[in-house]
Design a protein around this ligand. Structure first.
Ligand code: ATP
Ligand code: MG
Length: 421
């Protein structure tokens, strides 16, 4: 679990700002659900025989009432619970998005943390392929907004429960023939959740998995039509993809379309975003049946990829650093700084440093002004203040240029101090 500190936190805020703006363009609305949910929600929603439920959840008992609770390992189950609990689909479909921390007890490594952050989009109440495509286009638009390169789209269809049942029987028979290659986990899952074995990260099993019966060969005409409809819309929008018949995703709740955005620039943690359709989840957790589709991206991995590609995230710098040579000037200096802020100017006020006598030397104040990255220094010298003036000095372009400004005319000169008015 990591602390996210400045200046790095500015990258997070920048990304979140881009996401908010984009979600608004696609008419997705923000939803905020609790970090803690009943354990049963995830067991029922994600599936008992999944990596997350078997070994990754932070679960505990509420000391007051003995209830079993879990720090959310993902947010879809909670969103679906909230949608059902508040009858949000009463008047038709809903498009929602969220951002926030998730918790999984995994082995920490690059791109894999125990508290990590996801941004996700969910469209509930819509059965059509156009919404699957809309969500993929939305993610794609985000990569474009972030100027993220080297991200490819993999898609697959998991069909419907009856089709999976037929495939399952064939898969079990195949896996039984290769029992000697199966690792312990796969052997345990052979009869409880054989599809999950296809999601294994064990390199020794890859070749065998590659040749296993493919779910896509068991899909009926309706499932295939849905898949084709998604692909046709993607094609019309110039989106490239690769069908990956082994793509099954980590949770049991998916059906029909599943997809992942992957990169080869992040080592083995190369999936930056994953999602798909989950038409049976609402019913499974006790709500009125309704179709749904969504995705979640890993914020740490997206930021890491941006860094890897050398993308420059604008850093936060004040417009003005207020230099205050003597504490006697503080009341007037601070009230002037407040007026500037009310005008929209970003001002970092010099404050007396610990252990110094008074406000600190002019030299040390100018040093701090320089480190702050501010474009201008405003110097609240006693002498100027007594004449109703302050000194404005440029710290960046045309360094050193300086002029006196009248406090009484602040509204006239303040707007010129803003870098982004
Ligand atoms: P992986 O196969 O890498 O374990 P997953 O299938 O478990 O990923 P999802 O549950 O689909 O991942 O979550 C969506 C995204 O969240 C992932 O594509 C990834 O970018 C990110 N993510 C998942 N687990 C972690 C983690 N422990 N630390 C950081 N990011 C994560
Ligand atoms: Mg995982």
């Amino acid at each position: 679990m990591n602390d996210i500190l400045p200046p790095e936190s500015a990258h997070w805020e920048w990304l979140e700002g881009k996401v908010r703006e984009l979600m608004e363009r696609y008419a997705y609305r923000n939803i905020r659900t609790p970090i803690v949910e009943p354990t049963a929600l995830f067991v029922r929603g994600l599936g008992e025989v999944t990596d997350i439920v078997e070994k990754e959840m932070y679960s505990f008992e509420d000391r007051l009432n003995g209830e079993q609770l879990t720090l959310r390992p993902e947010a879809t189950a909670g969103v679906v619970r909230a949608v059902a609990e508040h009858s949000l689909l009463y008047e038709g479909g809903k498009r929602l998005y969220y951002m926030g921390p998730m918790f999984r007890h995994e082995r920490p490594q690059r791109g894999r943390y125990r508290q990590f952050h996801q941004i996700g989009a969910e469209a509930l109440g819509f059965p059509g392929a156009e919404v699957d495509a809309e969500l993929i286009l939305l993610a794609n638009a985000l990569w474009r907004e972030l100027d993220l390169k080297n991200v490819r789209l993999e898609i697959n269809s998991l069909g419907q429960p009856a089709e999976r049942k037929a495939h399952r029987a064939a898969l079990i028979a195949y896996l039984e023939q290769h029992a000697s290659i199966l690792d312990e986990e796969a052997r345990r899952r052979l009869h409880s959740n054989p599809l999950r074995i296809l999601d294994t990260k064990n390199p020794a099993m890859q070749a065998m998995i590659e040749a296993a019966p493919r779910l896509i060969d068991f899909l009926g005409p309706e499932s295939l039509a849905h898949f084709s409809a998604v692909k046709a819309i993607l094609e019309a929008n110039g989106v490239e993809w690769r069908v990956n018949p082994r793509l099954v995703r980590g949770m049991d709740y998916y059906n029909l379309t599943v997809f992942e955005f992957v990169t080869d620039q992040l080592g083995s943690q190369g999936t930056i975003c994953g999602g798909g359709r989950y038409d049976y989840l609402i019913e499974q957790i006790g709500g009125k049946p309704a179709p749904a589709v969504g995705w979640a991206l890993g914020v740490e991995r997206v930021l890491e990829l941006l860094k890897e590609q050398g993308n420059v995230v604008p850093s936060l710098v004040p417009d003005v650093y207020a230099i205050i040579p003597s504490s006697a000037s503080l009341p007037l200096a601070v009230s002037t700084v407040e007026q500037l802020r009310m005008q929209g100017v970003k001002v970092q006020m010099h404050a007396a440093p610990a252990g110094a006598d008074g406000m600190g030397s002019m030299k040390s104040q100018f040093k701090k002004a320089d480190v702050s990255g501010a474009l201008h220094a405003l110097i609240f010298g006693d002498d100027e203040l007594s004449r109703g003036m302050v000194t404005l000095k440029s710290l960046r372009d045309g360094v050193g240029a300086q002029s006196e400004k009248a406090l009484a005319a602040l509204a006239d000169w303040a707007p010129h101090l803003q870098s982004n008015p």
